[in-house]
Structure formats: structure tokens, C-alpha cells
Design a protein around this ligand. Structure first.
Ligand SMILES: *[C@@H]1O[C@H](CO)[C@@H](O)[C@H](O)[C@H]1NC(C)=O
Ligand SMILES: *[C@@H]1O[C@H](CO)[C@@H](O)[C@H](O)[C@H]1NC(C)=O
Length: 252
């Protein structure tokens, strides 16, 4: 009785590994609405293990933390699970009144800033690195494997190439170094794919603005993440399937 039960127990332990996605509308189900789509929806077809897409439109590293979304996600994380974290599009400064999303400006964990809430009260906010590194450490504490990913590019061109990333790609790199976790330079891998396709084709991926892609664009963005994964050192690449191994473009 026990003897025949054991292989099933082993199988269920092996298949329990899950990939969680934390991010914004560029990753989320339904993207930014109006027929757009997030890359996290197209990503699972390239993996041999299940994906839980916990990305939510409009979120930044700070708001995803403050609303308890990291805490909720991390409460589900089991030993060996992967968590891909990708923010930046909603993390920029918001002007005179705080929008609940902006991070304190600067590259590093300990940076803070006082901002004015809509009701006039002063609130202390922290840096991109602070919010994400706290999540990374909580994921590690549960035996999970966090992966930091740089934000996706906008459809903004500088001549025949995608315009360079702003400060949040640098911040993502710093998080990777400071916490000794793998960075997937998603921005650069998407930029490579877009540069190869050209501006005319890439622009067909953006039906409403220069931020949110349609499903065809989300597929290119998902493929670019897989390429970055395969070219890097994360053990998540061991769970890329045959379709994933066949995604276009090369290592940077
Ligand atoms: C924020 O405000 C508090 C209280 O006035 C002050 O002690 C602190 O130094 C301020 N921090 C920053 C980064 O401005
Ligand atoms: C003012 O708004 C902030 C941010 O939403 C909130 O934390 C705080 O409790 C509010 N203060 C008052 C007095 O309503």
C-alpha cells in the first residue's frame, strides 16, 4: 500500500512548482483595456510548469506593496516557486499631489522622500529598490526564487532603434546586484526584437497608445522574456519547453 503510494507523492511534489508574475498592465490579463493584452498571458505557452499571473494594471513597486499585493502573492509561494517581478511604468514622479504610485527618486534601498497626499498630509515614501528588495527578501524567506525583470519599452524610437530605457531599468539592475538574484533585461531583449522587426511593424502592436500592446505585441514581448531567460543563469530556464527554446533572436 505505502510502496505504491510513494511515486505519486513524488510526482505531486515535482509538479507543484509554480511561476508567479508581479507587475503592471504591460504584464496583466487584459493589458490596459480596449483590446490590449499583457505579456504574462502569452508567457505560459513557453513553459512546462504553471504560471499564476498576479500582475495588476496601474500598479507600481510601491502601490503593489502598499495594497498588500506582494504580501498576498508571497503567502502562496512555496519552496522552489519562481516569482518574476517587473515594474517601472507607474513608478515615476507624480507632481504636487501624491498619486499613491510614485517611488522616492534615486537608486538604492535607503532613499526616502516626503510627499503631499491629496488631503494635504505629508507621507514618507521609499525607493523602488526598497519596495522590491523587501518583497525579494520575503520570497527568499519562503524558499522561493525571485527574478527581477526590467520594464518593457514604450513604442518610442530614436532613429531606427527603440529609445533607451529610463532610470527604472538601472534600478532593476541594482536590485539584482544588491539581492544577488537574476536580472532578466527584458527591456533590452524586447528592444532587440522591435529593432529587428522595425518601427512600422512594431507600431501595429500599439492600438491605443505607446505603452500597451495588442496580443500580437504581447507575444513578441513574452518571447523576448524567454530569450532573456535562456541567455541568463536562472534555473527557470530548465522549465522552458520546445516552443520556448525556438523563440527568435539571440543573446545580448
Ligand atoms: C520627512 O519628514 C520627517 C518629519 O517632518 C523628517 O523627520 C524627515 O527628515 C523627512 N525626510 C525626508 C527624506 O525629507
Ligand atoms: C490623508 O491621506 C493619506 C494617504 O492616503 C492617509 O494615509 C491619511 O490617513 C489621510 N489623513 C487624514 C487625516 O485623513
Amino acid at each position: 500500500m505505502m510502496r505504491s503510494f510513494l511515486p505519486f507523492l513524488f510526482l505531486s511534489m515535482v509538479s507543484a512548482q509554480t511561476v508567479y508574475l508581479a507587475g503592471d498592465s504591460t504584464m496583466a490579463l487584459g493589458g490596459g483595456g480596449s483590446g490590449t493584452q499583457g505579456w504574462g498571458v502569452l508567457f505560459p505557452q513557453f513553459l512546462t510548469i504553471p504560471v499564476v499571473n498576479a500582475a495588476v494594471g496601474g500598479e507600481s513597486a510601491r502601490s503593489y506593496s502598499d495594497q498588500g499585493l506582494f504580501t498576498k502573492l508571497i503567502s502562496s509561494v512555496k519552496k522552489g516557486d519562481f516569482v518574476i517581478i517587473e515594474f517601472g511604468h507607474n513608478d515615476g514622479t507624480s507632481g504636487a499631489v501624491d498619486n499613491g504610485q510614485q517611488d522616492a527618486v534615486g537608486d538604492g534601498f535607503g532613499i526616502t522622500q516626503n510627499v503631499t497626499a491629496a488631503n494635504g498630509s505629508s507621507i514618507l515614501i521609499h525607493s523602488f529598490a526598497f519596495y522590491i528588495e523587501n518583497a525579494v527578501n520575503a520570497i527568499k524567506a519562503k524558499g522561493g526564487v525571485p527574478i527581477i525583470s526590467s520594464q518593457t519599452p514604450d513604442n518610442i524610437w530614436s532613429g531606427s532603434t527603440i529609445a533607451p530605457c529610463g532610470r527604472f531599468c538601472t534600478y532593476a539592475q541594482t536590485v539584482g546586484v544588491d539581492t544577488s538574484i537574476v536580472l532578466v533585461d527584458h527591456f533590452s531583449y524586447v528592444a532587440q526584437a522591435y529593432d529587428n522587426l522595425g518601427q512600422t511593424t512594431t507600431t501595429t502592436f500599439y492600438p491605443i497608445d505607446h505603452l500597451h500592446t495588442n496580443a500580437a505585441g504581447a507575444l513578441v514581448v513574452a518571447e523576448a522574456f524567454v530569450r532573456g531567460l535562456l541567455c541568463g543563469t536562472s534555473t527557470l530556464k530548465n522549465f522552458v519547453n520546445a516552443a520556448g527554446k525556438a523563440v527568435p533572436n539571440g543573446c545580448l
